[in-house]
Design a protein around this ligand. Structure first.
Ligand code: C5J
Length: 222
């Protein structure tokens, strides 16, 4: 057993690295790359890009230490049969799920913009969970994959802090996982939402989990 103590708020968290997964949420081209769907909506994608460097370092260390790595992608079937109308019929018609975007149809599986950015591309054998919702547990087999690996703790990273990362942490907490979020390995188009999202996780004695950063996690991992 490889147990480490990670400095975090509201208190240090003890992780058995053999039973910990690094979960990388939705680091997709359309959310992060200049010229993608996120930027076409007027967002400053460099705010998300700040997370790539620290996350790349954490991913490399996790791989070296044998920590289970899992990736997710938000998206839908090309025929939109798994996309609720409430989600599809939102926003300007040209910016809706399934509409033609700058990197292919918006949030459709198999389109270039739906793919994971090159810097964090999944290695062979690392599961990729295609999720139709914001939370990575909703309508996916993520829980089964984690249970089968004996995972009890998650390092949750990715974008965006207050949407898919937050929803996933809440879902994970309800399913009994202990979650730590490295603040520099996630990001939001809205810096104030990023800050508040992290505050919400660690408030009230860690109501949904713990917040740390890549430096403190790397130092604990060794
Ligand atoms: C994610 C979103 N991944 N903001 N999606 O957070 O729609």
């Amino acid at each position: 057993m490889s147990r480490v103590i990670v400095e975090a708020e509201p208190e240090p968290i003890s992780l058995n690295l053999d039973r910990t997964a690094l979960v990388i949420i939705d680091m997709q081209r359309d959310f992060l790359e200049p010229g993608g769907f996120g930027e076409s909506l007027g967002n400053d994608v460099s705010l998300l890009g700040k997370a790539v460097g620290p996350l790349k370092t954490l991913l490399a260390r996790a791989r070296r230490k044998g920590v289970f790595v899992i990736h997710t992608r938000e998206g839908h079937r090309p025929d939109l049969s798994d996309a609720p109308r409430a989600k599809v019929e939102r926003g300007a018609p040209s910016a809706r799920i399934g509409a033609p975007g700058p990197m292919g149809r918006i949030l459709i599986r198999g389109e270039p913009g739906h793919d994971i950015i090159a810097e964090l591309y999944p290695a062979p054998g690392e599961p990729v969970i295609d999720k139709p919702g914001k939370g990575a547990f909703y309508a996916t087999d993520l829980h089964t994959v984690l249970v089968n690996r004996g995972i009890e703790s998650l390092i949750v990273t990715g974008v965006t802090t207050e949407v898919c990362v937050h929803t996933t942490v809440r879902e994970a907490n309800d399913r009994g996982y202990r979650c730590v979020v490295p603040s520099d390995c996630c990001g939001s188009y809205f810096p104030e939402f990023h800050e508040m999202g992290l505050k919400m996780i660690k408030a009230q004695g860690g109501i949904f989990g713990w917040v740390s950063d890549s430096t403190r996690i790397l130092s604990a991992m060794g």
